[in-house]
Design a protein around this ligand. Structure first.
Ligand SMILES: Nc1ncnc2c1ncn2[C@@H]1O[C@H](COP(=O)(O)OP(=O)(O)OP(=O)(O)O)[C@@H](O)[C@H]1O
Ligand SMILES: [Mg+2]
Length: 173
C-alpha cells in the first residue's frame, strides 16, 4: 500500500465532525444520511488511501439519494453518471497523473448540474470548485474501523453538512 498518501487539505476548510465507523454497516449508515441530504448543486470530495472506503461511501450515498443505478468504481473511465431523482456524477481520478488527461474529463460541466461525488480529488487540486464538502477517511487500529472526518469550505457545504447531521441523528436515535 502507498504509505506516503496525504489527505487533501484546502486553505479554507473547516473541520466539522469526526465519526468512528466500526465496520461497513456504520459507513453505510453515514452514506445513507448523506444521500438523504444532497442536492444537485452539491460537490463532495472523498479523500482517503486505496481501500479506505470511498467507493463504499459513494455506493451508500447513491442508495440514500433514492437512486437505483448499480454503482461500480469508474475504473476504466474517469466519470460515471447515474440518472435518477437527483442525477449523480461519480468521478475517480486516481489514474489522472497529468493535466492533459484532466482536460479530457470535462468535469467542470458537472459541478452545477448534478451531485458530484469525487474520489481522488488530490489529482486535480487546481480544478476543484470553491465550496465543497470534504470527507476524509482514515484507517484505524482494527481492520474494519475507519475514522471519517467532515470538513466544509463555504456556505453551501455548511448547509449540506447541517442537513446530514440532522438526518444522521434522526436515523441513529
Ligand atoms: N468501516 C468500513 N468502512 C468502509 N469500508 C470498509 C470498512 N471496513 C472494511 N471495509 C472494506 O474496505 C474496502 C473499501 O473499499 P473501497 O473500494 O470502498 O475503497 P476506496 O477508498 O474506494 O479505494 P480506491 O482508492 O482503490 O478506489 C471494502 O472492501 C470494504 O468492505
Ligand atoms: Mg474507490
Amino acid at each position: 500500500m502507498n504509505t506516503d498518501f496525504k489527505h487533501l487539505t484546502l486553505d479554507n476548510e473547516v473541520e466539522e465532525v469526526v465519526l468512528l465507523s466500526s465496520g461497513l454497516e456504520d459507513t453505510e449508515k453515514i452514506g445513507n444520511a448523506i444521500g438523504r441530504s444532497v442536492t444537485k448543486e452539491d460537490v463532495i470530495l472523498l479523500s482517503g488511501n486505496l481501500g479506505a472506503g470511498k467507493t463504499e461511501l459513494v455506493r451508500s450515498i447513491v442508495i440514500g439519494a433514492g437512486n437505483k443505478d448499480f454503482v461500480r468504481s469508474p475504473t476504466f473511465v474517469f466519470i460515471n453518471e447515474y440518472k435518477g431523482k437527483i442525477n449523480i456524477t461519480h468521478c475517480d481520478f486516481y489514474r489522472i497523473l497529468d493535466v492533459g488527461n484532466l482536460q479530457e474529463t470535462g468535469v467542470e460541466e458537472y459541478y452545477d448540474n448534478s451531485l458530484v461525488l469525487m474520489e481522488w480529488p488530490e489529482r486535480i487540486t487546481n480544478n476543484l470548485p470553491k465550496d465543497n464538502l470534504i470527507i476524509k477517511i482514515f484507517f484505524n487500529e482494527s481492520e474494519n474501523e475507519r475514522i471519517i472526518k467532515f470538513f466544509t469550505s463555504g456556505n453551501k457545504s455548511k448547509q449540506l453538512f447541517e442537513r446530514i447531521i440532522i438526518n444522521y441523528e434522526t436515523n441513529n436515535s
